[in-house]
Design a protein around this ligand. Structure first.
Ligand code: TRP
Ligand code: SF4
Length: 400
């Protein structure tokens, strides 16, 4: 019922690396061409686990925004903002907490998993338990339809959908709903009202899915309906109440196959990363000193690409011809490892070049970044405010 709106957030807990680029940012850059996109820095989420190192968060927020811009996220297309600058997220989190069963939160798999994984931290906190609920507030406050996330986040999106349903179920039945819905039908004009009613009956009495779809597109075409009436008509159609919060869908980003310098997945915790804007000398050195097939001790030893982390990088960066050259040269000891690494070094540097360039203007003039974020926060607050008005009203909190 709402136009497509994509929303995603990232926690500012460390500098971004090429794994983030291949796994997440490239995807954001593509999506901004097609959809309305909102991307935000989840600084409150970072505090749920890093509450004792606030300095880390502060530095990472701005670095991360520069990384996004460097990767090609375009502030003219996407809205970029910081979660804590849109305090409405906290308000919605609080209001949703009133109807959130504790068991739902305790059963979210990341709760126990992360507590075990980060066992050096005390995560038996109220804030950490509420992590998925805060995420739900992030999503629901924009009525986002699509949320690009990795596999690990799918339970959070499912939780969000359940929260939306629960909210609509409890608060969507405004007093006099039927009368208000019928009044809204009349506002469609007599011809469309008749069509709407016919389609509604066909769906409700015969379960005719096509009728439901036609009725929905009929409503989509009605420009002049108020937001409230539109919601009522959608709710009335399916026999429910007013739909105040809408259920988002997870948009699965293909798991990043980006290998790190040691052949394992690239990850800060494995200490095998190349950061997004790492300087050229350091990139070159890191790749030059990468481990290779352990069986290839001497230059004259034959190697097996499948046993070599450098080969993994060729799979990401090299064309068929180069890969053929590697396969041939490695297995016959025709090329040395340093030689083999050269095209990878060149490809990584070439990939990073436009990123370094784009970042430079923002490093030279940090107010540019501050302004982009200020703009984004303002836009986000406006959208968030619209949802909050409905939520407050539904929960008996509009006293004007
Ligand atoms: N939990 C997400 C992660 O760790 C970050 C996040 C916070 C998020 N709020 C969000 C992602 C809302 C998508 C939508 O990756
Ligand atoms: Fe790895 Fe290339 Fe050396 Fe073969 S030649 S072991 S693929 S670095």
């Amino acid at each position: 019922m709402f136009a497509d709106r994509v929303l995603s957030g990232m926690r500012p807990t460390g500098s971004l690396h090429l794994g983030h680029y291949h796994g997440v940012l490239k995807n954001w850059v593509e999506m901004q061409q097609e959809f309305e996109c909102l991307f935000f820095v989840a600084d409150w989420h970072a505090l749920t686990t890093h509450y004792d190192t606030p300095q880390v968060i502060e530095q990472n927020v701005w670095d991360m925004v520069i990384d996004w811009l460097a990767a090609g996220v375009d502030p003219a297309r996407a809205t970029l903002f910081i979660q804590s600058r849109v305090p409405e997220h906290a308000e919605l989190h609080l209001l949703l907490s009133m109807i959130t069963p504790l068991g739902w939160l305790e059963r979210v798999p990341t709760y126990k998993d992360q507590q075990e994984k980060l066992s050096e931290k005390d995560l038996s906190t109220y804030g950490f338990l509420g992590y998925p609920l805060l995420q739900s507030a992030d999503i629901l406050i924009y009525r986002a339809t699509q949320v690009p996330v990795g596999e690990d986040q799918v339970p959070h999106i499912e939780f969000t959908r359940e929260m939306a349903r629960r909210f609509n179920h409890i608060y969507g039945r405004e007093p006099g709903f039927e009368e208000k819905a019928e009044a809204a039908v009349k506002k469609l004009g007599s011809k469309k009202a008749r069509l709407y009613n016919e389609l509604r009956v066909r769906f409700q009495e015969q379960g005719d899915g096509e009728a439901l779809e036609s009725a929905k597109s009929l409503l989509d075409e009605q420009q002049s309906l108020s937001h409230g009436d539109r919601e009522r008509l959608f709710g009335y159609l399916e026999g429910g109440g007013k739909m105040i919060l809408s259920e988002p869908e997870a948009m699965l980003t293909a798991a990043s196959k980006m290998p790190g310098l040691d052949g394992q997945k690239m990850s800060k915790s494995y200490n095998n990363t190349i950061t997004l804007r790492e300087d050229e000398a350091s990139v070159t050195k890191k790749i030059r000193t990468m481990p290779t097939d352990p069986a290839r001790v001497r230059r004259t030893d034959h190697g097996t690409p499948e046993k070599c982390p450098v080969w993994q990088l060729h799979l990401v960066y090299s064309n068929e011809e180069t890969k053929q050259w590697v396969r041939q040269g490695c297995t016959t000891a025709g090329i040395g490892c340093i030689e083999c690494k050269q095209p990878v070094i060149a490809a990584v540097l070439a990939e990073q070049e436009p990123m370094r360039e784009r970042a430079q203007q923002y490093l030279d003039d940090p107010t540019l970044v501050r302004n982009i974020i200020a703009d984004g926060c303002e836009k986000a607050r406006k959208l968030a405010g619209e949802t909050m008005r409905d939520v407050r009203e539904a929960m008996g909190l509009s006293y004007s």
